[in-house]
Design a protein around this ligand. Structure first.
Ligand code: PEP
Length: 252
């Protein structure tokens, strides 16, 4: 099945009002050259509203980097409810990024709860999964991916993947400059799709699976050329407009 590519920029904890304005200015100018792909930016929460305002009238979509798993707003100091992300114009939200899993102790159950809450709030979750270097070297890549995916399947069911995106992000490739080879990426993506197909082949063939981990203009074409790679989740390279737009060109 032909899937429309998605290129999503995860700005992480980077940016300022000035640098955001200049980055978005460049992206908005250029994005119309790539009508066949979806483009998404995920700025830090505090800048979502201003970036969203600047994106008005452009096809670039807005996403959060995280949300609270609580289904109802309330006394959860410092947290952000999915409804608030919707309120400022987000269509998507990243859940289970490896930095959240490793640095903030988010386990599979919590990630699954966030996935569910995102959908309840009308957001499309981008579920990040991926193995560490030690897990890869121990031959555990597939069991880790299966476990991370299964936690969401158990809580939300296969139907939930009709409105969701998966990002395969090997932890050893994130921010390291070390990218998975197209063969490694394809193998992991095909594995994930096959796991979903055990429950529903049609949903499995329609879900977009992005690759993330040191994607740059120079390696994007080869990665996006793999049959099960439907675009990318881009960290560092999404902060430079020329690089980010070159990645979009590779996905077009
Ligand atoms: C990420 O943070 O999701 C990511 C893929 O980062 P980078 O592209 O910098 O490796």
């Amino acid at each position: 099945m032909a899937r429309r590519a998605l290129v999503a920029g995860n700005w992480k904890m980077n940016g300022s009002r000035d640098s955001n304005a200049s980055l978005i200015h460049d992206i908005v100018l250029d994005v119309r050259k790539y009508p066949d792909i979806d483009v998404l930016v995920c700025p830090p929460a505090i800048y979502l509203e201003s970036v969203g305002r600047q994106l008005e009238g452009s096809p670039v979509q807005l996403g959060g980097q995280n949300l609270c798993e609580q289904e109802k707003p309330g006394a959860f100091t410092g947290e952000i409810h999915g409804g608030m992300l919707r309120d400022v114009g987000c269509s998507h939200v990243i859940v289970g990024h490896s930095e959240r899993r490793a640095l903030y102790g988010e386990g599979d159950d919590r990630v699954a709860a966030k996935f569910r809450t995102a959908q309840i709030c009308g957001l499309i979750p981008i579920l990040c999964v991926g193995e560490s270097l030690a897990e890869r070297e121990n031959g555990q890549t597939e069991s880790v991916l299966a476990r991370q995916l299964q936690a969401v399947l158990d809580r939300c069911g296969i139907e939930a993947f009709r409105r969701a995106v998966i990002a395969y992000e090997p932890v050893w490739a994130i921010g390291t400059g070390r990218t998975a080879t197209p063969e490694q990426a394809q193998q992991a993506h095909a594995f994930l799709r096959d796991r979903l197909a055990r429950s529903d082949a049609k949903i499995a063939s329609s879900v977009r699976i992005l690759y993330g981990g040191s994607v740059k203009a120079e390696n994007a074409g080869a990665l996006f050329g793999c049959p099960d790679v439907d675009g990318g989740l881009i960290g560092g390279a999404s902060l430079k407009s020329v690089e980010f737009m070159a990645i979009c060109a590779a996905a077009q």
